[in-house]
Design a protein around this ligand. Structure first.
Ligand SMILES: [Zn+2]
Length: 399
């Protein structure tokens, strides 16, 4: 299974200049190849004896002319232009398969990144080595064991990060879930999540102050004159704050998924595909922003690494409306009702805890009926397969 770990880099000036140059070279190569692709494709349409463009042919073409026409390309790793064109090939593959839009030109300041293959860098604790540049300090060491596949260096609001993709050996390097039991997770309206144990996970509280600052900053940004130096400065500040808020939310989501998979063997969640869209504005900001798919993706890969499993309820499963004590199903339960009493058995329910308990029961019963024994290997149809390694890889490479 391919997983990626993104780590902040501590760069000195020389290193920051190198990274910016390599990212610029990658962007140039990507845009050059995209322009070539379009014109070669047009030529092929007019005359089918002409070759159809491919990323491999474009890489050869660039290699044959770069010494002459773009000698500055040789100042950075040869991976920068090469991997960019491979990524363009993947972008076209995704386009042809209907998975994404037609590839667009990369923009400076937006797509500042380049990718290294595993023969072009080394990792040693909290540092990584790039040929011709030397050792670069990382803020933390690589979290996953396994074969290192590639590294993508990218800039987000003046900070540089490296995202290292690892082919992790499943189950082998993390301890099994502590509590071998099951949990149901109701995703939050006001809280991030409510567990069937009654715990409420609120997520990041601190960013309310940041959101107020964000509002103020964006107002002040829009007042600045276009093209002015002040506007440019305000834009940088705004981007920085956006990145910080995104990081806080991403942390909250990672903490939630790590803690759940560490503590529980079976995790029941609901399918938010449809429901999520309907009540999106009510969802806690972290989930609404990062997306339900991201939450599920994290839960699934983290559970898989500890030998646990995630069971996703059918999207029509009435987790809120069903009494978790007697199974009575209400006709109607409006979103504003936070507590209710079962007309059948008179149990008083907290809306979210009741939903979480139902999800837990659903998860346990579907794993039991699938294999006769709670929590052992095989899954039932209601469970969702982990994202395939390939998908993961291409989404990482194209980020
Ligand atoms: Zn009841």
């Amino acid at each position: 299974m391919l997983i990626a770990h993104r780590i902040a880099l501590d760069l000195n000036n020389v290193q920051a200049i190198y990274m910016a140059r390599a990212a610029g070279t990658a962007r140039f190569a990507y845009n050059w190849a995209l322009t070539e692709w379009k014109s070669q494709y047009e030529a092929w349409k007019l005359d089918s004896s002409q070759p159809k463009p491919t990323q491999a042919a474009l890489r050869r073409q660039l290699n044959s002319i770069k010494r002459e026409r773009f000698p500055w390309m040789l100042e950075v790793t040869k991976n920068a232009p090469q991997m960019a064109i491979i990524q363009l090939g993947q972008a076209f593959q995704n386009f042809f398969a209907g998975r994404s839009k037609y590839p667009q030109l990369r923009k400076k300041g937006v797509h500042d990144r380049f990718t290294l293959t595993n023969d072009q860098f080394n990792i040693d604790g909290c540092r990584m080595r790039i040929p011709n540049l030397g050792w670069v300090r990382m803020r933390e060491s690589l979290r996953f064991a396994g074969k290192i596949m590639s590294a993508t260096v990218s800039r987000v609001a003046e900070r540089w990060f490296v995202s290292i993709t690892v082919d992790a050996e499943d189950d082998s390097h993390l301890p099994k879930a502590e509590n071998q039991g099951a949990v149901g997770v109701d995703l939050g309206v006001s809280a991030l999540a409510t567990l069937s144990t009654g715990e409420i996970i609120t997520g990041a509280k601190s960013h309310k102050a940041l959101l107020t600052r964000l509002q103020r900053l964006s107002r002040s940004f829009s007042r600045k004159q276009k093209g002015s130096e002040k506007r440019k400065k305000a834009k940088g500040k705004l981007a920085k704050l956006h990145a910080r808020i995104a990081a806080i939310r991403s942390d909250a989501l990672h903490q939630l998924t790590t803690s759940l998979t560490r503590r529980f063997h079976i995790i029941g969640i609901e399918d938010l595909n449809v429901r999520g869209m309907v009540k999106n504005r009510h969802l806690a900001r972290s989930i609404a922003d990062m997306g339900f798919f991201e939450l599920r993706r994290q839960l699934e890969y983290k559970a898989a690494m500890r030998g646990g499993q995630v069971v996703v309820a059918d999207r029509f499963y009435p987790s809120s409306k069903t009494c978790s004590s007697c199974g009575h199903k209400l006709e109607e339960l409006s979103l504003s009702v936070r507590q209710w009493t079962c007309p059948d058995c008179a149990t008083c329910h907290d809306r979210d805890v009741n939903a979480a308990i139902n999800l837990k029961n659903m998860a346990v019963s579907s794993t039991v009926s699938a294999c006769g024994e709670e929590g052992s290997g095989r899954r039932r149809k209601t469970t969702v397969k982990p994202a395939s390694a390939k998908q993961e890889a291409s989404s990482r490479f194209s980020q």
